[in-house]
Design a protein. Structure first.
Length: 221
């Protein structure tokens, strides 16, 4: 049985508290923001930057997505797996952001080497949810569509965003989404394998008649 401790909502609360602290103590942002050139000397910023946000709008958008999609996913896979995907996905998304910067420089697209926000981690949740609930209806720009179509739309937006300077970490979004999709396929295949073993074990169980026949043959009653 999966345990749901409402960690998605608790994470939203933590993000709000940290954002307030960012406003009161701006040095917090300077110390824990992701700076590409510092990941080898301060590797913890790959994780700490997930808790930071650059504006109220940034926080509200990520908080809403985390509360909605995160809660749905947590109810499906449980709190422990949810947190694992969230944090690993966020770290991988940040790594993809860092290693995507040279490509932007090659194609002549200006980009900041700083990044902050939970978007990459949230996109990993969206990717996993896409695999587990592909037909779930979501709304994008007031249009309803299946989750799998929404994932394509999100991916296309970020692919186009790479070539249109918009101060958004598009590579982080794509990295998180791909990680989530891959995790989803692994999770689904693992569940299918477990179901097959359960069915096989159930099929191997002896019937009442078979047990009685075995007792008669071996004990004479």
């Amino acid at each position: 049985m999966k345990f749901n401790d409402h960690m998605a909502l608790k994470l939203v609360g933590i993000l709000i508290v940290i954002f307030i602290l960012q406003i009161i103590f701006p040095v917090i942002t300077d110390l824990f923001v992701l700076k590409a050139s510092d990941i080898f000397t301060r590797p913890w910023i790959l994780l700490s930057s997930i808790f930071l946000h650059g504006s109220v709008v940034h926080l509200l958008l990520n908080g809403f997505a985390l509360a909605l999609f995160g809660s749905i996913l947590e109810g499906i896979i449980g709190s422990k797996k949810f947190l694992t995907i969230y944090f690993i996905g966020g770290i991988i998304a940040n790594i993809i952001f860092v290693f995507g910067l040279p490509l932007l420089y090659i194609i002549g697209m200006p980009s900041s080497d700083y990044a902050l926000g939970a978007s990459g981690a949230i996109f990993s949740l969206l990717g996993l949810l896409t695999v587990l609930r592909p037909g779930m209806t979501v709304w994008i720009s007031y249009m309803p569509m299946p989750m799998w179509v929404a994932a394509i739309v999100w991916a296309m937006q970020d692919l186009l965003g790479i070539f249109i300077p918009d101060n958004i970490a598009n590579f982080a979004h794509l990295g998180g989404l791909v990680f989530g999709l891959i995790s989803g396929f692994f999770y689904r295949n693992l569940k299918d394998t477990k179901r097959k073993h359960v069915r096989k074990d159930n099929n191997m169980a002896l019937s009442k008649e078979e047990i009685e026949e075995w007792e008669k043959r071996n004990f004479g009653f």
